[in-house]
Design a protein around this ligand. Structure first.
Ligand SMILES: Cc1cc2nc3c(=O)[nH]c(=O)nc-3n(C[C@H](O)[C@H](O)[C@H](O)COP(=O)(O)O)c2cc1C
Length: 364
């Protein structure tokens, strides 16, 4: 393992019994999706439909997996996606994810709904020279001043950017989780919430939902670079760029967890990239299950990718060690894939190596 961070740091916040929630119910929440899970399945299938058609006898003499983001070069082009309630997967929760990711040069986006205080994650990895980006995901709980205080708290703890999630103003429990009887215990830890969790009525949620003016306000006041997560429509991407509202954006349908029936991210990424026209970096997530999937996103033009559920599986299997093992596998697979595609670097990857319908499907 590379990296300066020990994988075994104890999580001082891990006092809560993990299995207050039965395994089957926890899995239903962690791995399930909204509605009939059409988008959840479509995300994965869309990357699998894409294949490769490279030229031969063009193998580079060396390959590198580094990626430039927000003015810095990082060891790998991926980050752990922000995920709520990871204590359901492992007692060390987000700390295990952070340590395992940093050990293999992967980045980390910590959720507002994490079970670990952001300061503990910052303390564990912020000073690790070999880690990837360390970003904080913001859900706009409370008032504007609450968002700002939380962003400032993240900055003090060593986080380098704020990822503002814009695709989930309204959420309700998924059929799979509901059927499994999933519920969080009343005293479940949520140490990063700036204000009491949103248990308001639908009317109240609609009235307090984030709007473009709020993003513009945050852009002016936020002490860190701002990244919008949850963009699918090219017009939203264009608007964000034209009004200079963010430093990067993430094409995401929330892993199929919010509105079922949204298109797979692989399908909409090219149109968003075209709308952005290189003005800011575009990242993508949803359904990426191996480094070859990530390489497809990078070949289409994404700067980096976020990964969700595969890391939950790794956490469940073996905490930080297993997370590090997964990222190591991805790193090796990316290096090998680059070599076979004739690309020395990620920046050399071109959409021309992609073959659109590898499994013979007629869909694009
Ligand atoms: C259990 C779970 C919790 C999540 N919680 C958050 C969250 O708190 N904030 C957020 O922006 N996205 C959240 N997401 C969405 C992820 O950040 C990401 O968009 C998605 O998981 C990517 O799809 P994948 O799981 O197929 O890789 C969550 C996803 C999962 C699976």
């Amino acid at each position: 393992m590379s990296g300066a961070t020990s994988l075994t740091a104890a999580n001082p916040a891990a006092q809560h019994p993990q299995q207050a929630v039965p395994h089957a119910a926890a899995d239903a929440y962690l791995l399930g999706g909204a509605g009939r899970e059409v988008t959840l399945r479509a995300n994965e299938a869309a990357w699998q439909r894409l294949g490769w058609l490279p030229r031969v006898l063009a193998t580079p003499t060396a390959v590198e997996t580094t990626c430039e983001l927000l003015g810095r070069r990082w060891p790998t082009p991926w980050l752990a996606a922000p995920m709520a309630h990871l204590r359901l997967a492992h007692p060390d929760a987000e700390l295990a994810l952070a340590l395992g990711s940093a050990a293999q040069g992967a980045g980390m986006v910590l959720s507002t709904q994490a079970n670990t205080p952001l300061e503990i994650v910052g303390q564990a990895i912020a000073h690790d020279q070999a880690r990837g980006p360390l970003w904080f995901q913001l859900y706009p709980y409370g008032q504007r001043d609450d968002w700002l205080r939380l962003a400032q708290r993240a900055q003090r703890a060593g986080f380098e950017a704020i990822v503002l999630t814009v695709d989930a103003p309204v959420q309700w429990s998924h059929p799979r989780a509901r059927a499994a009887g999933f519920a969080l215990p009343a005293d479940w830890p949520q140490p990063n919430l700036p204000a009491p969790a949103r248990h308001g009525s639908l009317d109240w949620l609609l009235q307090t939902a984030l709007r473009w003016d709020d993003v513009a306000w945050l852009r002016v006041h936020c002490p860190l670079p701002l990244i919008l997560k949850g963009i699918l429509h090219p017009d939203d991407a264009r608007l964000a760029c034209e009004r200079h509202l963010c430093d990067a954006l993430v094409v995401s349908n929330h892993g199929g967890r919010v509105l079922d029936g949204l298109p797979p991210t692989a399908a909409v990424l090219p149109a968003v990239l075209q709308a952005v026209a290189q003005r800011i970096p575009v990242l993508v997530d949803g359904g990426l299950r191996c480094a070859a999937d990530a390489a497809k996103a990078l070949a289409l033009g994404a700067r980096a990718v976020l990964v969700g559920r595969p890391l939950i599986q790794a956490l469940k299997q073996g905490g930080a060690e297993e997370v590090a093992r997964l990222w190591r596998l991805w790193r090796d697979e990316l290096a090998g894939t680059l070599a076979l595609l004739g690309s020395k670097t990620i920046a050399d990857l071109r959409a021309s190596v992609l073959y659109p319908h590898v499994n013979g499907s007629a869909e694009g």
